[in-house]
Design a protein around this ligand. Sequence first.
Ligand SMILES: O=c1ccn([C@@H]2O[C@H](COP(=O)(O)OP(=O)(O)O[C@H]3O[C@H](CO)[C@H](O)[C@H](O)[C@H]3O)[C@@H](O)[C@H]2O)c(=O)[nH]1
Length: 260
Amino acid sequence: MKQLTIIGGLGFLGSHMAMRFLHEGYGVTIIDRMDTNYEEDQVNIEMSMGRHAHYTFIRENIRDVSVNKSCSNFIYTADNKNQEDLHSFLTQLQKDDFLLFISTTDIFANPMTEYGLEMKAVEEIVREKALEEEWTLVTMRLPTVYGVHHKLDLDINVSGEVVSYHQIRNRTESMLDLIYIEDVTEAVVKAMTVKQGVIEFHIGSGLKQPWGNRNSLKAQEGLTNDKAQELIGFSPKFSLKEGIAHYQEQQKVWSRQNLL
Ligand SMILES: O=c1ccn([C@@H]2O[C@H](COP(=O)(O)OP(=O)(O)O[C@H]3O[C@H](CO)[C@H](O)[C@H](O)[C@H]3O)[C@@H](O)[C@H]2O)c(=O)[nH]1
């Protein structure tokens, strides 16, 4: 059985990826410190994944992580870009291991933001290490992602249209586009088929229209999925409308299961 370790796997993105890979037949290990800000959600996520026989959870800080040498596939989606912490994880990867590093389209911001700069520097550190140690690296840059457990404050009108989201005070590049989590997990599954080399690309909704009416954002037209399509055969399946409808359904299921 293929094994996968997800660092930060109890977070929004990581937990969706973990579920998807359990369904794909992987043995999944999550390493997460359990962020106290989201503890309630994380306990629920942890418990729902605990039903799977091939799931393991390790509560650990990144700097103390000791990776299982028999696992060669890793995803890093922890919200920790501290270079020392990252380093203590990266130095444990070996030749021919696979790492998917989740980054953000904020690295394309113009003018560049502090976060964009930080992430660019982190991407570079990961890249250099991959080249030096000869592991396979896929850096995937994401815009804003929505789905169950997201931390956004989405406003959706009766016809299921996004009219605004409130987190928008300091708008950055990644907020110019919205992609549904199931499209992200699909891209991640495809990215796992990369066998060698060091590649990077972004994915997006492919949306060309404004999101909604009042207070809406215009979708970013500059960032196409061309490179993702060429490298891993990815193109999004969910339009914004379909994604929102699916998200609302999933939210109901999740609430029922967790008696929220
Ligand atoms: O030192 C740390 C820091 C964080 N975490 C865990 O990492 C997870 C991060 O999950 P979030 O839901 O906060 O983050 P997202 O999945 O939404 O976001 C991720 O994807 C983004 C790109 O869209 C950014 O790259 C971001 O930094 C990255 O965490 C949490 O469970 C948190 O407990 C750790 O285990 N150790």
